[in-house]
Design a protein around this ligand. Structure first.
Ligand code: SF4
Length: 310
């Protein structure tokens, strides 16, 4: 959960997740929809899918346990060298280093390692963390290093005067802290507009499960179109049964995309045949959160309900 996400955002999700799936076995036996529903709102949903697959593999191949072996861990879905190192050091107190974003920044400054864009950069950092890794107190050491990066050796305005390793930090000694690590060129954010169809009928909304190649794969969301024309001409819905009710737009930011979601709301005026398939359904507005869904859906429904009341 903590990959790409701050602790403060994760705490409630973590507690709910552990309540729902208290053992590796219970997670392995869960339906993928149940796992994704617990993850809804946290983003980066591949983490949930990988966690689920990993639990299933461990259940079959490792007797419902995580292996205590670096190479075996790294063969599991979603577990790279840093996550494997974190599992082995934090859970089993074994001497395996980690190199998350915070540790990278500390190491880069501590030994003035630059050229962030080259493949040699990571190799140099890994060599450094391996050399520095103690043989005991591994759990405390790795946690301290991550905390040092997140609280003291911050990306901007690091607190060098409070830093326990300041006397040996090459970047600080040479007064070049601002030069390390070399900042990556910011990835250009793409602006994209989508037209969203919100069909409401007798307190229910129509939702679809998104395909695995789209934004929000396998999550439930409203029908989404590239253009308003495509929305209007879609044969999926017999819009003549509906009354156009409201339009509004929502801004939603993903990692490298800024979405402008233009929502077109329709209410039905007559009782209609509600076709339901495995990937399409009507659900009560009060119940949709029980299904795996992206945060954008919550924003849309909240906005819709606020407008409906006025
Ligand atoms: S002295 Fe400053 S730059 Fe060096 S590791 Fe500490 S906080 Fe980071």
């Amino acid at each position: 959960m903590l990959q790409q996400t701050q602790v403060i955002k994760v705490i409630d999700y973590f507690n709910n997740f552990i309540d729902r799936f208290p053992t590796l076995k219970s997670l392995a036996e869960a339906e993928s929809e149940q796992v994704l529903a617990c993850w809804s709102g946290l983003g980066y949903y591949n983490r949930a899918r990988n966690l689920h697959k990993t639990a299933q593999i461990c259940s079959i191949e490792h007797g419902d346990q995580l292996p205590v072996d670096l190479n075996q861990l790294m063969q599991l879905p979603g577990i790279g060298r840093t996550t494997a190192g974190a599992i082995l050091s934090l859970a089993s107190d074994l001497p395996y280093p980690i190199l998350d974003g915070n540790v990278k920044r500390v190491m880069s400054r501590f030994n003035k390692i630059s050229d962030e864009k080259t493949s040699a950069y990571n190799a140099k950092l890994w060599k450094q963390v391996e050399e520095l890794m103690p043989k005991s107190h591994c759990r405390k050491y790795n946690q301290a290093l991550m905390d040092l990066g997140s609280m003291i050796c911050t990306r901007s305005k690091p607190h060098c005067h409070r830093c326990p390793i300041m006397k040996n930090c090459k970047a600080r000694i040479s007064d070049q802290v601002a030069l390390f690590p070399q900042s990556n060129k910011k990835t250009r954010q793409i602006n994209k507009t989508y037209h969203i169809l919100l069909l409401v009928s007798e307190g229910q909304i129509y939702i679809e499960k998104r395909n695995s190649q789209s934004i929000w794969p396998q999550l439930w969301f409203l029908p989404m179109f590239d253009t308003e024309q495509k929305l209007q001409s879609s044969n999926l819905f017999e819009l003549e049964h509906y009354t156009h009710y409201l339009n509004f737009n929502i801004k939603h930011i993903l990692t490298h995309r800024k979405l402008d979601l233009q929502v077109h709301c329709y209410k039905n005026t007559t009782t209609i045949d509600r076709k339901i398939t495995k990937n399409k359904k009507w659900t009560a507005i009060s119940q949709y959160k029980k299904l795996p869904h992206p945060t954008a859906l919550v924003k849309i429904i909240q906005n819709y309900l606020a407008n409906e009341d006025t």
